[in-house]
Design a protein around this ligand. Structure first.
Ligand code: ZN
Length: 75
C-alpha cells in the first residue's frame, strides 16, 4: 500500500512537471503588453487616437475612418 502511494506521488509529480513545461512552451518568448504592442496613431482629421493597425492610411497621414480620409484628402 505504501508503494502504491509513492508511485501515485511520483506520477502526479511527473504530470505536473510536464503540464507546467507545456504551458511555458506555449507562452511567447517576448512578453508584450497590449499597450506596447499596439502603437497609437492620431487621426489627421479629428485627432482621435486609435491603434495603428485599425487606422486608415492616407497619402497625408492616418485616419480613424475612410470617411475622414475622404474629407481630408478629397479622394
Ligand atoms: Zn477622424
Amino acid at each position: 500500500m505504501k508503494l502504491l502511494i509513492v508511485l501515485l506521488a511520483v506520477l502526479a509529480g511527473v504530470w505536473l512537471w510536464r503540464r507546467g513545461r507545456r504551458l511555458s512552451d506555449q507562452r511567447p518568448a517576448g512578453r508584450r503588453t497590449p499597450g506596447q504592442a499596439l502603437p497609437m496613431v492620431g487621426c489627421a482629421r479629428c485627432g482621435v487616437h486609435l491603434p495603428g493597425q485599425d487606422a486608415v492610411r492616407g497619402s497625408q497621414g492616418s485616419y480613424c475612418t475612410v470617411a475622414h480620409r475622404r474629407e481630408a484628402e478629397g479622394a
